[in-house]
Design a protein around this ligand. Sequence first.
Ligand SMILES: *Cc1c(COP(=O)(O)O)cnc(C)c1O
Length: 360
Amino acid sequence: MARVYNFSPGPAMLPVEVMEQARDEMLDWRGTGMSVMEMSHRGKQFMSIAEQAEADFRELLAISDDYKVLFLQGGAASQFAMAPMNLLRGKKEADYLCTGHWSKKAIDEGRKFCKVNVVASTEKTGFKTIPPQRDWNLNPQAAYFHYTPNETIAGVEFHWIPKMGEIPLVVDMSSTLLSRPVDVSCFGAIYAGAQKNIGCAGLTIVIVRRDLMGQTLEGTPTMFNYQVQADNDSMYNTPPTYAWYISGLVFSWLKKKGGLAAMAQINRTKADTLYNFIDSSSFYHNPVEPASRSWMNIPFTLSDPSLDERFLEQAKKSSLTNLKGHRSVGGMRASIYNAMPQKGIDTLVEFMKEFERTQA
Ligand SMILES: *Cc1c(COP(=O)(O)O)cnc(C)c1O
């Protein structure tokens, strides 16, 4: 079976080199006679894997000692609750920006813990833009400001960082973290599920400013307490050891590729290739305002939606899979995280041209 170009939004493609290394080390990790899956999380072998992964992650993002990095479970969706539980710090209100499906989920969950002020929402106009900060209705009493830098479903992305003064920014970077450099010092907390750009499902990374921890909402379960997780180096209980190991392999792959500045160039070229083609065609259409277009998730529609099924079937025959768009947007979506090579984009564009030529 040949490998396909998998455009899934997540779990998504992983670098082949990473999976080959995992395969080679599967039964016997470096002469231990054990798989990483079989190791005690407190043994020195796994501890070395965990420490190296964290060191590489910190190096890639230039994370200072002011921040703790947590390797947790539960997915980004758990952070929709853990963020307010840990970051309200005795306050009763928080600001949220609504730019898509995932912002909405975070808002709904946030409402269980505090008074949520939605500073702006693009829902009525179909999540096609990032509204400018001057139009936000901010609350100076907010404990934090939450937003979603990349909306995986609508394909809308921030290409700038809001300025909130003393109010910490709390962000869901599930579908964009590690796709380019980011100035971590601008944020109070960053969280991301691993299955898009970081590794395999089962791991959730939280980068949190140390001074924001320790004022957890009363009644917060121990496992959901950032301070407890930080004090135990994410090993209060058994962490997702294998997913942690795989993410470590991805981090070392990223370093070999030249780090995040190099990834940014590659990702930008990939996205430009696809957007330029879509914009040059009258058969395909991307609905997002150009300044807010995602580098990672590119939705597009066909001018004749009755051809959608045929498009997907034929794409699959050309080894281009999982292009079906989210049901809320319709059409197609190409998710093109770090592990999707330029060749995959070129193959998709060639296919799209040929489909248009033969069907339109
Ligand atoms: C995929 C995704 C989620 C959900 O992640 P889980 O790990 O499944 O909880 C949340 N937010 C964004 C932006 C996502 O892309």
